[in-house]
Design a protein around this ligand. Structure first.
Ligand code: UD1
Length: 317
């Protein structure tokens, strides 16, 4: 079974370590900014008789998407369309899509189930994920050969337990966990906590953090489903743990894992942040046989192993 995996080219520069994670998959150096090269790449890779595509190549920074929306719509949506067209041209109809909990917008109820309304997204990034899901639904309606699994990620964190593969954001991290890790390792002085007056147990925002290896395993389960089940259509699954942790919970867990003090200060809320968001992940367990196994202790320990081994990220290699 051959799976074509798309990734952004900057994350493709560490193929040896990626092979550690998912050995049996094919990787392609698809760079979605150059959409035309995708067609060439997909055509080239069909020499390997591709059976399924797992599509990861997307831009994902909420703030950046507000500054450069056209690049987000181009990369995340046009790029995906080109891949889908190239797949159909080559008779490949099984697709695993990297979606996000952002498609739910501000949760109307908790935990968030897959039938929670989607589409009330506040950022261009969120809209690209929502619009693409709508495209995928229309595609499945139009042609019964398509089988699509859309995985709605909650807050992926952590690193591979080898300490060789981890998160290495360009510039200042937008997300909490890499920021905490960089403060712990001494690359940044202080974590700014956005808001201390949310209606949560300690006033800071609550999220459903999921270990990146659990997330990767969710993709393998989705690919297995597509390989084994004859059923076609559009399926969406939440990938989360079902548990929410506050920003302060994460800071304290990281201090314990790293044995370092994390300096922090409270600042104003970040625009667009919701108080609390966590998943009901039971559908993925029932339908895919997948359940997150790793807790925040492991998320923090693995992040710390990666960050302390690679204080400047991949640049140290
Ligand atoms: C965002 C996106 C989500 C995406 C995820 C990972 C939205 C609404 N959310 O999630 O779709 O999957 O990024 O790319 O589009 N925080 C701080 N200080 C910081 C950074 C974060 O206090 O320096 C707080 C935030 O206010 C929040 C929590 O930490 O309460 C998590 O933030 P973050 O890691 O950025 O993820 P989300 O905003 O939840």
């Amino acid at each position: 079974m051959n799976v074509l995996v798309t990734e952004k080219i900057d994350t493709m520069q560490h193929k040896t370590s990626q092979k550690l994670l998912i050995t049996e998959l094919f990787f392609t150096e698809t760079y979605l900014q150059k959409v035309f090269s995708i067609e060439q790449n997909v055509a080239e890779y069909t020499k390997h008789k591709i059976d399924m595509v797992a599509h990861f190549a997307a831009l994902k920074a909420v703030g950046e998407s507000c500054r450069i929306p056209l690049q987000y719509y181009h990369n995340n949506m046009t790029g995906t369309n080109v891949i889908l067209e190239a797949m159909a041209d080559n008779n490949v109809f099984k697709f695993v899509y990297s979606s996000s909990a952002t498609v739910y917008g501000e949760p109307k109820f908790l935990p968030v189930t897959e039938d929670h309304p989607t589409g009330n997204c506040t950022s261009p990034y969120g809209k690209t994920k929502y619009f693409t899901e709508e495209i995928l639904k229309d595609l499945c309606k139009s042609d019964k050969r398509w089988a699509v699994v859309s995985l709605r990620y909650f807050n992926p964190v952590g690193a591979h337990s080898s300490g060789c593969i981890g998160e290495d954001p360009n510039g200042e991290p937008n997300n909490l966990m890499p920021f905490i890790a960089q403060v712990a390792v001494g690359r940044r002085d202080i974590l700014r906590i956005y808001g201390s007056d949310f209606p949560t147990s300690d006033g800071t925002g609550v999220r459903d953090y999921i270990h990146i290896v659990d997330l990767a395993e969710g993709h393998l389960k989705a690919l297995e489903k597509l390989r084994n089940v004859a059923e076609t259509g559009f399926f969406a699954y939440n990938l989360g743990t079902g548990r929410g942790y506050s920003v302060l919970d994460m800071v304290h867990a990281f201090e314990k894992a790293s044995n370092r003090k994390i300096n922090f200060e409270f600042t104003d809320r970040r625009s667009g942040d919701v108080a609390t968001c966590y998943a009901d992940a039971s559908l993925a367990e029932i339908s895919l046989g997948w359940k997150a196994k790793r807790g925040i202790k492991e998320m923090c320990e693995d992040t710390w192993r990666w960050q302390s081994n690679n204080p400047s990220g991949y640049a140290t290699k």
